[in-house]
Write a protein that binds this ligand. Structure first.
Ligand SMILES: [Fe+2]
Ligand SMILES: [Fe+2]
Length: 259
């Protein structure tokens, strides 16, 4: 039976950092998601080193997932230079890997996804000036913002969220070494969210940041990096009730039981 078209109970997590020998950990993760949510979003760093063997471990566990799943990649997923193979393995397990496009979970929840990039926040945002390598760095963030804009522009439903790996605001990075901020995210990837609208933004990457913040226009932002969820909430993912008629509401569940 189809769910209510105006609501969606969504599980969210980032930074799973799956290693090759962690079959049990992720089978347990999948079982817990099955029991608590109608869909799952994953905010990058799905693997620890971007290795196909790590993706295979995750994919095997996700064969047991009974709800739809959309994900973006994180910087760790690029480390081994085998992104194509990693994506193919994860897609075969039913995970929609988004990169400037969108998925429709259970034909109800629109998910626009992009990896994002660094560059810093607000007045400290890196500008495209000077050496070519600096311009290339800035261009990567600009390209990611444009991809997100395109993904959001194509989404026709207002029951929609955004997923990214990097942080779109500094507030969810607070607690990290301030020297790392330029590499944790950038304001540039927040602008499309406010221009096109979404019910919530989920990101990861800032393992030691803050759980919640808002975009300049007030869209709720949730840092769902698993190390942060574990340390602050004793949870391995978060569950959120989304509705087109009410603000998002967290659904508390059982404490994390797997390490
Ligand atoms: Fe991470
Ligand atoms: Fe990361």
């Amino acid at each position: 039976m189809a769910g209510n078209p105006k609501t969606f109970r969504l599980a969210a997590a980032g930074d799973l950092h799956c290693r090759e020998d962690q079959h049990g950990r992720f089978r347990e993760f999948v079982r817990a998601v099955n029991g608590e949510a109608e869909g799952l979003v994953l905010c990058g760093d799905l693997t620890d080193r971007g290795l196909p063997e790590e993706a295979r471990t995750l994919a095997e566990a996700f064969e047991g997932l009974r709800v739809p799943c959309a994900a973006v990649l994180g910087n760790h997923d690029f480390e081994a230079g085998q992104v194509k193979e990693v994506c193919a393995i994860l897609r075969q397990a039913g995970i929609s890997i988004l990169d400037g496009d969108h998925a429709l979970l259970d034909r109800r929840l629109g998910v626009a996804g992009v990896k994002g990039f660094g560059g810093g926040f607000d007045g400290g945002t890196l500008q495209a000036f000077g050496e070519p390598v600096v311009k290339a760095f800035v261009q990567e963030a600009v390209s990611e913002a444009l991809k997100l804009e395109a993904a959001l522009a194509q989404l026709e439903t207002s029951l929609r969220v955004v997923i990214m790996h990097y942080a779109p605001v500094a507030a969810t990075c607070q607690g990290e070494n301030p020297g790392l901020y330029p590499f944790l995210g950038t304001t540039r990837i927040a602008a499309p969210v406010d221009a096109f609208g979404a019910l919530a933004v989920f990101h990861g990457h800032a393992h030691h940041g803050q759980l919640e913040a808002r975009t300049p226009k007030g869209v709720p932002i949730y840092n769902v990096a698993v190390p942060l969820l574990r340390s602050q909430l004793d949870r391995k993912f978060r569950v959120l009730d989304l509705s087109t008629e009410q603000p998002p509401a967290w659904v508390e569940g059982p404490a994390a039981s797997v390490h």
